[in-house]
Design a protein. Structure first.
Length: 314
């Protein structure tokens, strides 16, 4: 800065990238982020931000920024970055499968490690209600075995479980109460397996060192002979991105065949190392990942709704 005001350049890409396709540990992002400059004699800094696609604003979407000694250094850098993003457009993996197909796929993996079903569109970290029941309904209907789902926010059911106590059973309308897109409540009979006050230490990469306070929590087992499904119910919304959310109440995901988490990307840091596979699931929720279904009104003209997707009409 003592050498004078730096020159700045900024450029945007013409398409949105769904949040679940923005993970930086997979191609093409691994290569895109490795190409960013740490600075040299003429170029001081550059960065790529892929944007938050549920934001219906003019500047939504990927953008590159660079600072350098001259406008030419900065502009050449953002052009290099965005040209690479556009060249890699077809490589972004936006695959989603239905809850039923995800359960079928999960059954194909050998026992030993859980298969993670990511409930992408009910991620409270992205605006989801954390109380949709689409994957839960499918797990029960498909007769899933050794399945665990969390974190489903329903303070009324959590309170009822605490009142009834461990080992006892009750009927309840679980989830589907916050008014967002979803399949309604899951009406079922449940047995209380474990209880918690919701105060515990996070242990994962994202929240490690922070103490959680999620209010009364309950681990419930669905009382239905054809399935073996457990649901972790909490009283406050929290993205399910840390193994401690399950483990503090005695439910170790490693002991299950299927684990469904309400998160879009952040869960991967803690859950992927223990998983046989991760399957992104398209279930109802308030955090859109199928961008072609979103009615945007403020995007830049001709911005494509996803890699190789259609443009939003204006």
């Amino acid at each position: 800065m003592r050498e004078g005001k730096p020159a700045k350049a900024f450029r945007q890409a013409p398409f949105l990238i769904p949040l679940h396709a923005q993970r930086t540990d997979a191609m093409p992002n691994t290569a895109l982020y490795q190409m960013l400059s740490d600075g040299d004699a003429g170029l001081w800094n550059s960065d790529l931000a892929e944007g938050f696609p549920p934001a219906d604003i003019t500047d939504s979407g990927p953008s590159a920024v660079a600072y350098g000694a001259t406008p030419e250094f900065a502009q050449n850098e953002v052009d290099r970055i965005i040209d690479a993003v556009e060249s890699a457009e077809a490589e972004f993996d936006c695959t989603l499968v239905s809850p039923v197909e995800a359960i079928i796929q999960a059954a194909r993996y050998a026992p030993g490690k859980p298969v993670i079903l990511a409930d992408l569109q009910d991620n409270p970290g992205g605006g989801g209600t954390s109380d949709t029941t689409g994957i839960l309904q499918a797990l029960v209907k498909q007769g899933a075995q050794r399945a665990l789902l969390g974190l489903l926010c329903d303070p009324d059911v959590a309170a009822e479980a605490h009142e009834i106590g461990i080992g006892n059973a009750f009927s309840a309308e679980l989830g589907g109460k916050m008014g967002g897109p979803g399949d309604g409540s899951f009406l079922g009979d449940f047995q209380v397996e474990a209880l918690s006050d919701g105060i515990f230490d996070f242990t994962g990469t994202i929240y490690g060192g922070i103490t959680a306070n999620l209010g009364p929590m309950a681990l419930l087992r669905v009382n239905q002979q054809e399935c073996d499904v457990h649901v972790l119910v909490g009283s406050r919304r929290c993205q399910c991105l840390d193994l401690a959310i399950f483990r503090h109440i005695g439910a170790d995901p490693c002991d299950f065949a299927i684990v469904s988490v309400k998160s879009t990307v952040h869960f991967r840091a803690d859950f992927e190392p223990i998983a046989a596979a991760v399957i992104p699931v398209q279930a109802a929720g308030s955090h859109p990942c199928q961008l072609q279904d979103v009615l945007y009104t403020n995007l830049r003209p001709q911005t494509r709704l996803g890699p190789l997707g259609p443009s939003q009409p204006h």
